[in-house]
Design a protein. Structure first.
Length: 373
């Protein structure tokens, strides 16, 4: 078994990542390959100094070619049958590697998604992202794994059957969501993509608005690229539930819903303003019927949304329930940021704009102590 870690300017976080991998339970045949993708900082130097005598760790450096190329380079350097991939800012729980590997006893399994969690809950924005990981991404993955339609093995924590990856052509540079692209390729080849909620990896989420919008713009743009690339599988019976539920879920929930959901908020604001103006100008004939009806349906939508969040937390074993304090605030403020991202993504796609990776600033704020919670 091999673990491949692509790294680009990760001097602040990569040592903690590799140390967490060395502390993990692992099989006898095990290696860690860190691919420095042309870093301009001291990533390679700090790695070589820290792990000079560590036989399990291999460090290679290449000219900057992007994350997919770094992943493919790392996979090419090993003969392992199972390859685990993670970002250089991610910290694994001690049993994550063995949990991911255990799924491959079943020859039908081509890949396994782990449970990515936000490890740097340092302000309102990162706590909102921690909530989103639990109530949206992981809840979706739980549902989709039941019908063999998981649409993304997250880059932060995932495992792949080596020969399947090779036959799928490896990680592609055609989209900005290379993990989702490869996941769909694996499923279209007839393999199962599983989800293990106890295979935990703590990742560093952006803690500034600028960093958050850049990251989510890339994620959403990449998701749109992947959905378009695999549009030929949509509603095709031979792809089963993936064609009728998994791929439509991307188009409807991750793309279309993000674009049209602001209409609900705008309609509420318009109704309130219209009611106020009508009351000012025609107080004798004014009735609150329309306003109350809109408020009722909006409250119903919010209640359903919050209930889904509560259910997600009940399913998420070991999660900090104190996060629930932020659930209502997240619905009113965090969601507006996603509207901005969705509109920017739509405009960029309509212009045919070419996108590249936008490197986030690492701050080494992941709290590995959460793994013991």
């Amino acid at each position: 078994m091999a673990v491949v870690v692509p790294a680009y300017n990760e001097e602040k976080v990569v040592l903690q990542t590799v140390r967490s991998l060395l502390a993990c339970q692992h099989p006898a045949a095990f290696e860690i390959i860190v691919v420095d993708d042309g870093s301009t900082d001291t990533t390679s130097r700090v790695l070589r100094e820290a792990f000079a005598g560590e036989a399990l760790v291999t460090i290679v450096r290449q000219e900057n070619a992007g994350k997919p190329a770094a992943l493919n380079r790392g996979i090419a350097l090993t003969q392992a049958d199972i390859v685990i991939t993670l970002d250089a800012d991610t910290v694994f729980a001690r049993d994550t590697i063995l949990r991911l590997a255990s799924w491959f006893v079943d020859p039908r399994v081509g890949a396994v998604a782990g449970n990515a969690k936000v490890g740097n809950r340092v302000n309102f924005l990162t706590r909102c992202q921690a909530l989103e990981y639990v109530t949206s991404q992981n809840l979706d993955r739980r549902a989709l794994t039941v019908i063999d339609s998981v649409t993304v093995v997250p880059g932060a924590v995932g495992a792949w059957r080596r020969d399947v990856v090779d036959r799928a052509g490896g990680f592609s540079e055609e989209t900005l969501a290379e993990d989702a692209d490869l996941t769909l390729k694996v499923e279209r080849m007839g393999y199962v993509v599983a989800y293990d909620d106890l295979a935990v990896g703590l990742t560093e989420a952006p803690d500034t608005l600028h960093g958050f919008i850049r990251q989510r713009f890339r994620w959403m743009f990449g998701t749109l690229q992947v959905a378009w690339k695999h549009k030929d599988a949509l509603l095709m019976p031979r792809y089963g539930f993936l064609a009728f539920l998994g791929l439509p879920n991307i188009w409807l929930y991750q793309i279309l819903f993000q674009l049209v959901s602001p209409i609900m908020d705008l309609w509420l604001i318009y109704t309130c303003l219209a009611a106020w103006v009508s009351w000012l100008w025609h107080p004798a004939t004014w009735t609150p019927d329309v306003l109350l009806r809109v408020l009722f349906y909006y409250a119903l939508f919010m209640a359903a949304d919050i209930l889904a969040g509560l259910v997600a937390f009940l399913l998420e074993r070991g999660e900090d329930k104190r996060l629930l304090v932020w659930l209502v605030l997240q619905r009113f403020f965090y969601r507006q940021l996603m509207y901005v991202v969705a509109l920017r993504t739509l405009m960029a796609s309509l212009r045919g704009r070419e996108m590249g990776w936008s490197k986030l600033e690492r701050k080494a704020t992941v709290d590995a102590g959460r793994l013991g919670a």
